[in-house]
Write a protein that binds this ligand. Structure first.
Ligand code: ZN
Length: 95
């Protein structure tokens, strides 16, 4: 990419231009920071989903499993809730 202030070629991850010293992200807002921890609200939401979705899915899944006619739905719901819970925990722990 090229500096939009002086036109000099700069590296993709450069924060300031080596040619003119102008901050690259000045007008585009904050540069993305992959290592930055997530906002606490997102974390709380994910924990809530993991904590609530798992027992609820399991509960209704087991109810479905006990009903011969809804056995397949129950099995699917149980499996999905377990996978969702594991996925959420993986995301929360940062994988
Ligand atoms: Zn520049």
């Amino acid at each position: 990419m090229y500096c939009r202030y002086c036109g000099k070629e700069i590296m993709e991850k450069a924060v300031v231009c080596a040619g003119c010293g102008h901050p690259i992200y000045e007008d585009a807002g904050e540069p993305p920071r992959p290592g930055e921890p997530w906002h606490w609200l997102v974390m709380v939401g994910l924990v809530a989903v993991a904590v609530l979705a798992f027992p609820l899915g399991l509960f209704f899944g087991i109810i479905g499993l006990r009903d011969e006619a809804k056995k397949v739905q129950g099995a699917v719901l149980t499996t999905v809730s377990v996978i969702m819970a594991l996925l959420m925990l993986a995301i929360i722990s940062g994988l």
